[in-house]
Unconditional design. Structure first.
Length: 90
């Protein structure tokens, strides 16, 4: 069963195509913006430091991960199981 009345007159029924361009950001642009936020810069620097220490374990324990140089976070309260982009607040 359809959720709307069936359309029988094919001459009246037309298909319309709509194209929408959404603005996009590259990984490099996102990273640049994250590095401007001093709190996020501390986390990113910790992830990129070859000597992984207690701070690294602390940040990963809080759900932070990096992908292509961009910081993401798994939220324990989120409905989805995907890491969410960390948005800078500068």
């Amino acid at each position: 069963m359809l959720s709307r009345p069936e359309y029988r007159d094919e001459e009246i029924c037309e298909l319309k195509t709509i194209i929408i361009d959404f603005p996009t950001r590259t990984a490099n642009e996102l990273r640049t913006e994250q590095l401007k936020d001093l709190e996020l810069k501390k986390i990113i620097d910790c992830f990129e430091n070859p000597n992984k220490g207690v701070d690294f374990a602390n940040w990963t324990g809080r759900g932070y991960v990096m992908n292509q140089g961009v910081l993401y976070r798994y939220s324990p309260h989120a409905v989805v199981e995907e890491a969410q982009l960390v948005v800078p607040t500068h």
